[in-house]
Design a protein around this ligand. Structure first.
Ligand code: TPP
Ligand code: MG
Length: 335
């Protein structure tokens, strides 16, 4: 949780220095939800997420150097600088992205869960999404399939009270989002996202249910993002100062820290040592990103088509050419 918090604070600094481009969505305040949900995943379990990616990728074990490298658009990034903040991806770690279309990750996650089920593997898929994604058609389609096909899918809804500037109450016919699982006769439950251990207990149990009993579920995690929707939004037009301050009193890192010390599970010195180690790790990730080269422009079209021959079927969708893209793509394909 501390790594995610400090990493994202650094991301914001680097963004403001224009060393990170494109969109950038921070999740400070949501670390308990993130770590609680992902920590109990096994290597063979797959994670899909929305565009609020950084913490989820780090929690799934993606190397901080590669996350920062991706944000810097460098070759050393986990998606070789092609994805950026919203499209982090690391297949080797079971993190299948980072998706910018709200709820777009849900059908993909259901498909991955179908593969697991079809091949009879002992694994599960977790699909993280925001509260607003539960109002999209893809939610209903994907959950319905998960229910009728008994897919090992844990759908995790990070309910941070807002989709951009619209509150859950304004946007949702049933604002108790976990209850929507009942529409698919699926297990649904709600947990306090500021209590990392409560989230951990629930996610562990639901992942196990998916792996062993092939039962999909919905886990609604109540949490709060301290910052605006993205770095372009101050986050103050649609919520009050009092509300924001109330939430900060239940900061997941502070709460867990206090509990660990009170219960004698760690000393303040142990926790300070973690903070120090993490600070150094974050600095190191920026250094690694800076040292990594930018991908050459000539490689822009790489990975668009697995096999140059298969480009044939996309011939009617050839790239436009005001800036010479056509030449670039065909050159990239070795044509
Ligand atoms: C299909 C689609 N519609 C609209 C958008 C624009 N958009 C991006 S994020 C967002 C709000 C999503 O809110 P929520 O699901 O609660 O996630 P949060 O940002 O709170 O993590 C919207 C409307 C989009 N990316 N995709
Ligand atoms: Mg939201």
């Amino acid at each position: 949780m501390v790594l995610i918090r400090l990493f994202e604070e650094e991301v914001e600094r680097q963004y403001k220095r224009a060393r990170i481009g494109g969109y950038c969505h921070l999740a400070s305040g949501q670390e308990g939800a993130t770590v609680g949900a992902v920590h109990s995943m096994r290597d063979e379990d797959l994670l899909f997420s929305s565009y609020r990616t950084h913490g989820l990728a780090l929690a799934k074990g993606v190397d901080p150097d590669e996350v920062m490298g991706e944000l810097f658009g460098r070759e050393g990034g986990s998606a070789h600088g092609r994805g950026g903040s919203m499209h982090l991806l690391d297949y080797s770690k079971g993190y299948l992205g980072g998706w910018g279309i709200v709820a777009g990750q849900l059908p993909l996650a259901a498909g991955a869960a179908l593969e697991i089920s079809y091949k009879d593997k002992r694994a599960a898929v977790m699909c993280e999404m925001g509260d607003a994604a539960t109002n999209m058609g893809a939610w209903h389609e994907a959950l319905n399939l998960a229910a009728i096909w008994d897919l090992p899918l844990v759908t995790v809804v990070f309910n941070n009270k807002y989709g951009m500037g619209t509150s859950v109450e304004k946007a949702s016919g049933e604002p108790d989002l976990y209850k929507r699982a009942a529409a698919f006769r699926m297990h649904g439950e709600r947990v306090d996202g500021q209590d990392v251990e409560a989230v951990l207990e629930a996610s562990e149990r639901l992942l196990e249910m998916a792996r062993e009993e092939r039962k999909p579920s919905v886990l609604e995690i109540i949490t709060y993002r301290y910052r605006g929707h993205s770095v372009a939004d101050a986050g103050t037009a649609y919520r009050t100062q009092e509300e924001m301050e109330e939430w900060k009193k239940r900061d997941p890192i502070v709460l867990f820290r206090e509990r660990l010390v009170e219960e004698g599970r760690a000393t303040a010195a142990d926790l300070d040592a973690i903070d120090k180690r993490v600070e150094e790790r974050v600095v190191q990730s920026v250094e690694a990103a800076e040292a990594s080269p930018e991908p050459p422009v000539s490689s822009l079209a790489q990975h668009l088509y697995g096999d140059p021959e298969s480009a044939e079927q996309f011939s009617r969708m050839g790239p436009g050419s005001p800036f010479g893209e056509r030449e670039l793509v065909l050159e990239g394909l070795g044509r």
